[in-house]
Design a binder for this molecule. Sequence first.
Ligand code: FE2
Length: 262
Amino acid sequence: MKVLFVGDIFGKPGRNAVRHFVPRLREQHGLDLCIGNSENVAAGSGMTMDLADELFASGLDLLTSGNHAWSKREAIPLLKAAHGKQLRPANYPGDAPGRGHAVVQAKDGRKLGVLNLEGRVFMKSLDCPFRTAERLLPELRKETALILVDMHCEASSEKNAMGHFLDGKVSAVLGTHTHIQTADNRVLAGGTAYTTDVGMCGPWDSVIGVRKEAAIERMLTQRHVPFEPATREVYLQGAIVDLDDQTGKARSILRVQERLPE
Ligand code: FE2
């Protein structure tokens, strides 16, 4: 099975990149499933039912998220929607709305399990993502050997640790949240595809998607400065993993980066 996973889709520029490139990449690489992290889809922070529908219409089969899952009130009905195609990190405490894991089916019926986790280093004090993975993976494994994990997290060390912790237990551990694509994509010793961050779908002439003047002013003054999405140099970034259907192990992981024509 070949799966495309794209990094944080940032506002309208990110949505445009997804609409332009996902169908082309599906065709070009013979992709079975396309997944993306939608937590920044609503003007850089949060997600809504309408915007998720737009991403599904653009060719994404399932959406993951992260700390910004809760930034828009309109995300709650989306997380509770019957289609179950919008995940939030699985390790939120108590009775958080929605789900953090799901099984998605390709057109030919083959199944991929997806688990969404959020890190805790320089982030909120959530339940342990490592133990949450141990608890939920048996449930996904009952349905399929193919499992992809979105590790949404600030620290490269915590993502790296999760990659090795799950090596040989899942097909891929792919990092999101920093919006900066790393160049360490590889298949680990146990057969798990790994990269610390798959990057961002959004404007590069920015500070991780935000208009750079506003981001710099906030850092210089330490006061609140309203953020808005930047617009220029729009890229789609992500990774394509090629997985063995029988063993669930990864054959390869390819870094993807495409620039939208201006
Ligand atoms: Fe995030």
